[in-house]
Every structure is written in structure tokens, then in C-alpha cells.
Design a protein around this ligand. Structure first.
Ligand code: ADP
Length: 400
């Protein structure tokens, strides 16, 4: 089966054409600068071919048309006709509390995604545009929505409720939702598979550490807690996001610097985190380089990040009454051995160890804890696209 996986952002759209049964990716690429001018980067992994083209993309519709046209292009494409695409899987940011799993896209599903726009004002409209553009380009083709929030819907109320007056929950649905669900689901399942264990018997702390970062506590295959909240601003400090802090800071900054609440929250989303702390960059590679050159602020930023991840691993172990496996994934989790080592250092008291030799790895599946240690610590590169493609295949086959 050929599944086209679409991840539409506000001004970009990533795609992969893959076989969910094997995970083999036949083509992948990125449309950027949608709404400005438009640029397509297309790659064919089997040949290593890379094509870059400037194509006008006033909206996501033209971006999808550009993807369709390059996929069937006689010189650069990988299929003869769009008919060879069996189904389309979409990453959708916010499913609110309506979606506990992926679903076939129909009018009701689209309306539900629309209803969640207040919860995901930047992403959900882009996701909808991606879906509607595919409907136009491939009428009648089955499409599936895979929600970033769905995996976290198994959290109990004690984990997802905010301690604010109940009416804001019952009337306005203000609660913790969590994000990166597809990644946490993939790496926790893959970790169990690699260990030859049943996910139902494992307590896993999954650490998705990238530009955006979140942790999830997964007990018996079900998410019981996660660090992002109503929006992705909560939890760990990230590339440019502040993460958890006293919300009184918002009022202070707004008053003192004559900002609106939106402007102050924008500062916490876009100018804070590693960027705000270090003054150097939001990118962890830049921070590591600056820290090596003894840039004090970069060192402090990294220390704060590592400290917060370390504390949260212990917190989630406490939430589950133990931990069997700690998994690291995403850009930083997969590729930054030193950061992993610093995070783990100090958790030995709870059986969490780091073997320096095994930890000296990047971007591959690897156990990094010491032999025989009570808790297995491992690196599992994430693959959200594969999870989306597999969900799409299962739902489409079920429907047939
Ligand atoms: P996104 O949230 O945008 O998907 P990624 O998961 O791709 O982000 O993670 C991006 C982050 O991973 C960046 O801060 C980048 O510096 C970091 N990263 C990637 N490779 C390395 C590396 N070799 N060492 C340290 N950090 C890395």
C-alpha cells in the first residue's frame, strides 16, 4: 500500500510517500514559504536525488498540487499516476477531547477539527487546509486524521485537570491535553518491541526532546501523564518556549512593558526558553558549541534544561509507582549524548544509569544504561510518519 503522509504547518507542508507495511519511504519533501512565494524540496531516498524548485504557493492548495505534480513527474517522480496513492494520512495538532484515536476523515471529523481551532489556532486551520487541498486534488481518496493529542486522552482527571474553577473545565474545556502523542506512542511501542516485552507490562517514561520538548508517563501502554498542556507552552523549557512557570510573570511583564496578554504570551512562546536564557540560539547544537567555548549563559541554559528533564523523569516514575524503561527521542534526545548523560546523572538512586560507551551514539536504536541495571534507558529515533501511515492503512483496510 502507498500512503501519502501530510504534515501541514501554517506556512509549510511536509510530505512522505511510504509503504506502511515495510516503512519504506519512496519520496519525501517539504513545501516552504506558503503564502509568501513558495519553495519545494523533494527527495527520493532510493537514489539520493534531491530537487529544489520555486513554485508559487499562495495557499496550501497550490502546495498540495505541487506535491502531486512532482510525485508523478516523469523525471523526478516515483509514481506514474496519483491513482497509485491508496490513502492519505494527515497529522492534525489538536483533537480536543473528541478524539481518543485516529479517524477516517468525513464531514463530521472536519467539523470537529474546526471546533478545536480555538485550542490550536495556528495549526488546526493549516491542517484543515491540507485536508481540503487533498480532497480537491484526489477526490474520493480515503483520508485519515492522526491527532497529536489523541494518545494522551487516557490520562486520568487527576493528571489533566487544572486547579481552576470547575466551570472553565465543564464549559470551556480548559485542561491538559498534551502533544507529541504520535511520537510518544511510536517510541514506547518500539521500545517494547526491541526489548521483546509486552507494552502492557511496562512502565515507560518517554522523553521527546527536540525544538519542542515533552515527557510522557506511559503505564501498560496507556499515557497517564504528559508535560504539555492546553497548549504546547507548558512543561519543559524548550528552544524558544518558557515551559512551566508562575503565571504571575505574565501580568508583571504585561504591566511593566506595556504589553497585551497576547504579546506577553508570544514572548513566552517565541523569545524564551533556550534562546531567551542563552541569548545565543534556540538550537541545541549552537548551545553546545557556545558552552564548549565557556559561554556562561549557554551553559546555564543547558543546565536548566537538563535539571528540569531530570526532575520530571523522577516525577513520572513517582506518578506510575516505578519505571522500567526511559526512552530518549527527537533531535536532542537522539543526537546529544552529553545532554543525555547530564540529564541521567543523579538518577542512580532510582536505578537509572548511563553507560558512557553505549551512550556515545547518535540517531540509532540503542540501549544506553549499564548491563544489568534495574531500569533500561534507551534511544529510539522517532518516526511519526510511520505511525500515521500505519494508522491510515489500518483504518482504510477496516473500512473496506
Ligand atoms: P522539532 O521540534 O522542530 O521537530 P527536532 O526534533 O528536529 O525539532 O529537534 C531539533 C533540535 O535537535 C535542535 O535544537 C537541534 O540543535 C537538536 N539537534 C539535532 N542534532 C543534534 C546534535 N547532533 N547534537 C545536539 N543537538 C542536536
Amino acid at each position: 500500500m502507498n500512503v501519502l503522509v501530510i504534515n501541514a504547518g501554517s506556512s509549510s507542508l511536509k510530505y512522505q510517500l511510504m509503504d506502511p507495511a515495510t516503512g519504506n519511504v519512496t519520496a519525501k519533501g517539504l513545501c516552504e514559504r506558503i503564502g509568501l512565494d513558495g519553495r519545494l524540496t523533494h527527495k527520493v531516498p532510493a537514489t539520493g536525488k534531491k530537487v529544489e524548485k520555486d513554485i508559487p504557493m499562495p495557499t496550501h492548495k497550490e502546495a498540495i498540487e505541487a506535491v502531486m505534480s512532482i510525485l508523478v513527474d516523469p523525471a523526478d517522480g516515483v509514481i506514474k499516476s496519483v491513482d497509485e496513492i491508496d490513502a492519505v494520512g494527515h497529522r492534525v495538532l489538536h483533537g480536543g477531547d473528541k478524539f481518543v484515536e485516529s479517524c477516517i476523515i468525513d464531514e463530521a471529523c472536519k467539523q470537529a477539527i474546526r471546533d478545536c481551532i480555538p485550542l490550536g489556532p495556528l495549526h488546526n486551520p493549516a491542517n484543515l487546509m491540507g485536508i481540503e487541498a487533498c480532497e480537491k486534488a484526489m477526490p474520493g481518496k480515503p483520508q485519515v486524521a492522526v491527532f497529536d493529542t489523541a494518545f494522551h486522552m487516557t490520562m486520568p482527571p487527576k493528571a489533566y485537570r487544572y486547579a481552576i474553577p470547575t466551570k472553565y473545565y465543564t464549559e470551556d474545556h480548559l485542561r491538559r491535553y498534551g502533544f507529541h502523542g504520535t511520537s510518544h506512542r511510536y517510541v514506547s511501542l518500539r521500545a517494547a518491541e526491541l526489548l521483546g516485552r509486552d507494552p502492557a507490562e511496562l512502565k515507560v517514561v518517554s522523553c521527546h526532546l527536540g525544538n519542542g520538548s515533552s515527557l510522557a508517563a506511559i503505564d501498560g501502554g496507556r499515557c497517564v501523564d504528559t508535560s504539555m498542556g492546553l497548549t504546547p507552552l507548558a512543561g519543559l523549557p524548550m528552544g524558544t518556549r518558557a515551559g512551566d512557570m508562575d503565571v504571575g510573570v505574565v501580568e508583571f511583564i504585561a504591566n511593566k512593558y506595556d504589553m497585551t496578554i497576547s504579546e506577553a504570551v508570544n514572548l513566552l512562546n517565541k523569545e524564551s526558553g533556550m534562546l531567551g536564557l542563552s541569548g545565543v540560539s534556540s538550537d541545541f547544537r549552537d548551545l553546545e558549541q557556545a558552552a564548549e567555548k565557556e559561554n556562561h549563559r549557554a551553559t546555564v541554559a543547558l543546565k536548566i534544561f537538563e535539571y528540569r528533564v531530570r526532575k520530571m523523569i523522577a516525577e513520572y516514575a513517582a506518578a506510575m509507582g516505578g519505571v522500567d524503561v526511559v526512552v530518549f527521542t527527537a533531535g536532542v534526545g537522539e543526537n546529544a549524548p552529553e545532554t543525555r548523560a547530564h540529564i541521567l546523572h543523579g538518577l542512580e538512586f532510582m536505578g537509572i544509569t548511563c553507560d558512557p560507551e553505549k551512550n556515545n551514539c547518535r540517531g540509532k536504536e540503542q540501549i544506553i544504561s549499564r548491563d544489568g541495571a534495574p531500569v533500561i534507558v534507551m534511544v529510539v529515533p522517532t518516526n511519526e510518519e510511520l505511525m500515521i501511515a500505519q494508522d491510515t492503512m489500518e483504518l482504510v483496510l477496516d473500512q473496506e
